[in-house]
Design a protein around this ligand. Structure first.
Ligand SMILES: C[C@H](C(=O)O)C(=O)SCCNC(=O)CCNC(=O)[C@H](O)C(C)(C)COP(=O)(O)OP(=O)(O)OC[C@H]1O[C@@H](n2cnc3c(N)ncnc32)[C@H](O)[C@@H]1OP(=O)(O)O
Length: 557
């Protein structure tokens, strides 16, 4: 790009910056020096390829979505939390909000993630262990007791039974008197990554995609700020993929959901802002920053050029980041605070919109109050102390970071082509579905995981406390243990609620839901009625399993 075009871009950026609101905060360095809100090539200089880098707030958004960067608004501190029953988790949420958390993020226990009630035989021993147990809308009432859902953005991490859980959340909001049309939050819902990596699906892909289509349609029409999908690379990375695979598989899944929305006759400019993303921040500092920058650029370009999006919000890739759980070590676990801080810094330098920092003990158990607080404070140290919010995309223009950004983008593009070639009709969706059926994604992730593990075992890759620097004076940590009493109590309350509700109303609502499943009608209104009648998650999912069957992955060797 020649010098004149770069200068014109800088002026455009300056006009937009001047017109935007910035926080009332100190943006000088620790020594008190003024810094510019963004930096670019030296005045009067041209730079080949600068159109790929650009300015914050404009296409291709490599440098961020907003001309003000974090001067306009800092990222949301969104700590993923849930354990035991709804009452215990509600207390943790209040603690997080009081300590400066900016939004909520619900972690559900394994029975809930699999669409089963707490008293299901398959739930035995799992209730409240890896997250909170939710059986019906009444549990949602308790979960958000004293937390106005109309005012707090709430993310819920659940994909197989995402839609019934969403209905229970809506019922809880309704009972609080919130205006449902104004709710803001995120539901994970991303079923592609379940088949690819996380393995928590209920049905085969087709009925799941039908439900997701219903959800996208419903949210676009009724709850426009709500983001019904958080397309997730986190689980793909944690399963052992490389950074480029994480990026490419996740964005490919995102394109699959765009194709789903289009196939339902929805307007891409209306539904695409409801697609948000979720990435891992792993240990390779610069590679991770490059991954986030490349993600925004690829998404904006493909949404515009392939899927015809024209509105700015439809081109924006917004993402949440979680620091890498797999990078935490059980050995010398206090060192995990350092790893997490570095990973979080990469997310911030990559322009994350929302962030979860892991607690130091998460490789052993769910976090204690104290470790949860350290994790949250880690974000606050980055946000308040180190000057990283003063300048948008401070690493933009670094030869290394730009080269890495270009490389990871090129790798992702190659992978998109391979995925599309797996399908038969040139769509991303056909390629993804074929790749899932063939075990293509799983095999490639396994190869990457194997290569990394070999490198570790040969000592080529080094982890402090694990294969180098193993001596320590550290004492074992106190960890959070979930009592089996939680399960007994949850089941007692569930039995009481079942006995107290209008059984005929529950049965009628479930029948209407199944009837809707047999037509092209949107299933959400019927499912909402079932949730209002206090149908349990297990009952709703079992009714659907009866209709759609269950899905089993073929064994592969
Ligand atoms: C591993 C684990 C497991 O499986 O076990 C998991 O999955 S845990 C998975 C946990 N997942 C999550 O927690 C997902 C979290 N995701 C989200 O919260 C969302 O999808 C998100 C990534 C889009 C972030 O949403 P958010 O509300 O926190 O933040 P936003 O970026 O949307 O910002 C809020 C508002 O401020 C505006 N805003 C932000 N920055 C600026 C700026 N500089 N200038 C002007 N306006 C700005 C935004 O446009 C928006 O307004 P407006 O709305 O008007 O535009």
């Amino acid at each position: 790009m020649d010098a004149a075009d770069i200068a014109a871009g800088r002026e455009r950026w300056q006009r937009r910056y001047d017109a935007a609101r910035t926080r009332d905060a100190d943006f000088t360095t620790l020594s008190g020096n003024e810094v510019d809100p963004v930096y670019g090539p030296p005045e009067g200089a041209g730079l080949p390829g600068f159109e790929r880098i650009g300015w914050p707030g404009e296409f291709p958004y490599t440098r961020g979505l907003y001309p003000t960067g974090y001067r306009g608004r800092t990222w949301t501190i969104r700590q993923f939390a849930g354990f035991g029953n709804a009452r215990q988790t509600n207390e943790r949420y209040k603690m997080i909000l009081a300590a400066g958390g900016g939004g909520l993020s619900v972690a559900f226990d394994m029975p809930t993630l699999m669409g089963r009630d707490s008293d299901d035989a398959q739930s035995l021993g799992e209730v409240g262990h890896c997250g909170v147990a939710i059986d019906s809308a009444a549990d949602m009432d308790v979960l958000f007791d004293g937390i106005p859902l109309g005012d707090v953005t709430t993310s819920m991490t659940i994909s197989g039974p995402a839609v019934p859980i969403f209905c229970m959340y809506l019922v809880a909001a309704e009972r609080q008197g919130a205006d449902l049309g104004k709710l803001d939050g995120t539901l994970q819902t991303d079923i592609f990554k379940e088949y690819i990596a996380q393995k928590e699906w209920l049905f085969a892909p087709e009925p799941h995609l039908r439900l997701i289509g219903d959800l996208m349609e419903y949210c676009a029409a009724e709850i426009p700020r709500y983001k019904p999908l958080s397309v997730s690379g986190y689980h793909i990375r944690e399963a052992g993929s490389t950074a480029a695979q994480e990026l490419a598989y996740t964005l490919a899944d995102g394109f699959g959901y765009v194709e789903l929305g289009l196939s339902r006759g929805l307007d891409v400019n209306t539904f695409a802002p409801g697609l948000s993303f979720f990435f891992d921040a792993h240990l390779d500092f610069f590679e991770e920053i490059a991954k986030f920058r490349a993600a925004r650029r690829i998404w904006a370009r493909r949404l515009r050029d392939v899927y015809g999006a024209t509105s700015e919000k439809a081109l924006w890739l917004k993402f949440h980041t979680q620091t890498a759980g797999v990078s935490l070590t059980a050995q010398q676990p206090v060192n995990n605070v350092v790893r997490t801080a570095v990973e979080a810094l990469a997310a911030v330098l990559g322009g994350t919109n929302s962030l979860h920092t892991n607690a130091l003990d998460e490789t052993l158990a769910l976090p204690t109050d104290e470790s949860a607080e350290i994790a949250l404070r880690t974000q606050q140290v980055l946000m308040e102390e180190i000057g990283v919010t003063n300048v948008a995309d401070p690493l933009g223009g670094s030869w290394y970071v730009e080269a890495l950004t270009d490389r990871i983008e090129a790798e992702a593009e190659e992978i998109f082509t391979r995925i599309q070639d797996l399908g038969h009709d040139g769509t991303m969706t056909a390629g993804i579905l074929q790749g899932i059926e063939d075990g293509w994604f799983t095999a490639h992730i396994a190869e990457s995981a194997f290569a990394y593990q070999q490198a570790l075992e040969k000592g080529e890759k080094r982890i402090v406390g694990v294969n180098v620097h193993t001596s320590t004076v550290a004492k074992p940590l106190e960890i959070l243990r979930i009592s089996h009493e939680v399960e007994r109590e949850q089941n007692r309350v569930l039995a009481e609620r079942r006995a107290a509700r209008d059984t005929a109303a529950v049965t009628a609502a479930l029948d209407r839901m199944v009837a809707a499943a047999r037509t092209d009608a949107n299933m959400i209104p019927a499912m909402l009625d079932a949730a209002r009648a206090e149908a349990t998650l297990g009952e709703i999912c079992d009714a659907l399993r009866g209709e759609w069957g269950v899905h089993r992955e073929p064994a592969r060797f």
